[in-house]
Design a binder for this molecule. Structure first.
Ligand SMILES: [Mg+2]
Length: 292
């Protein structure tokens, strides 16, 4: 199970420990994590893409790693579990499709206690004014798609994402998207943010995964919290875990970063635990569930 990743992880850990002592990835499970998992109420929060599902050619083709669903079904009996994604909530929930979890979409803009197909979705009230401008900007790109080969549009309740990972020339596609959006986005007061082969159209609100994590902690009054993510937008949540610990809002908190070839160094720097690829995350999740 975990043996395959030990070598890489330990090399990495030892190097990091010399510098900062921040990465504490010890097999089979770190003491720090063990302590947090013993706390009740306990909250476990997972990003989806690159964390519970390997990156796919398109976001529609992404699927959860084998074995994740039964683990989530087991863990929901013993902890408050949230799926927190940059995807629109319905889209993310459809991928996971486990009832009884909290679903948080669009980096914290949307929240649902259970599957959004069965329960009402709450949208952060201050975001409601940005639904129309978001639609307008995505329409602008959609009209230009014939001259943007490989680009596709993913719509959300508020704003959406333009993906260009299928484009043969990424930089031209990126420039094409930005040249269509930059001026109109300024005019309608929407924010553009770049991620892995994508440009996101966002409401100009200070909503991020860090705040969403805090809301989750307060909502369920959890004493221990574990967050796992892999990308730039997860950094807010990784930092928030440390902040919640410092403020003593939780008794214990641990952040896990899933490392891929292109993971941002800043994420690795701030993570409490680093695992290699989604397979490493799922191995760790299995161990965590066995301990609960
Ligand atoms: Mg991710």
């Amino acid at each position: 199970m975990v043996a395959g990743i030990v070598g890489v992880a330990r090399d990495f850990v030892e190097r990091k420990n010399v510098q900062s002592r921040k990465i504490t990835y010890y097999m089979p499970i770190s003491n720090e994590l063990k302590t947090v998992l013993a706390l009740r109420p306990l909250g476990l929060v997972f990003d989806i893409d690159g964390t519970l599902s390997p990156m796919a050619r398109t976001s529609d083709e992404a699927r959860l790693y084998v074995g994740v669903v039964p683990l989530l079904e087991r863990v929901r009996e013993r902890a408050h579990v949230a799926i927190m994604t940059g995807r629109a909530i319905d889209d993310g929930a459809k991928m996971v499709n486990v009832e009884g979890l909290t679903y948080i979409g669009t980096h914290g803009l949307e929240w649902c206690d259970g599957l959004p197909s069965l329960h009402p979705v709450q949208i952060v009230p201050e975001a409601l004014n940005y639904i129309a401008p978001g639609t307008y900007l995505l329409n602008l790109v959609e009209q230009e798609l014939p001259r943007l080969p490989g680009v596709y549009v993913q719509r959300k309740h508020v704003g959406g994402t333009l993906h260009y990972r299928l484009a043969s020339d990424s930089e031209t596609a990126r420039q094409g998207i930005l040249s269509i959006l930059e001026e109109p986005a300024r005019r309608v007061n929407m924010r553009l943010r770049e991620g892995k082969k994508m440009v996101e159209v966002l409401a100009p609100l200070a909503v991020n995964k860090g705040q969403a994590l805090r809301r989750f902690v307060e909502h369920f009054q959890v004493q221990g919290v574990v967050f796992a993510g892999d990308d730039q937008t997860d950094l807010d949540a990784v930092l928030e875990v440390a902040q919640l610990r410092e403020e003593k809002k939780v008794v214990g908190g641990v952040s896990i970063v899933v490392q891929h070839a292109d993971t941002l160094p800043v994420l690795l720097e701030h993570a409490d635990i680093v695992v290699q690829e989604v397979g490493g995350m799922v191995d760790l999740l299995r161990e965590m569930v066995d301990m609960l």
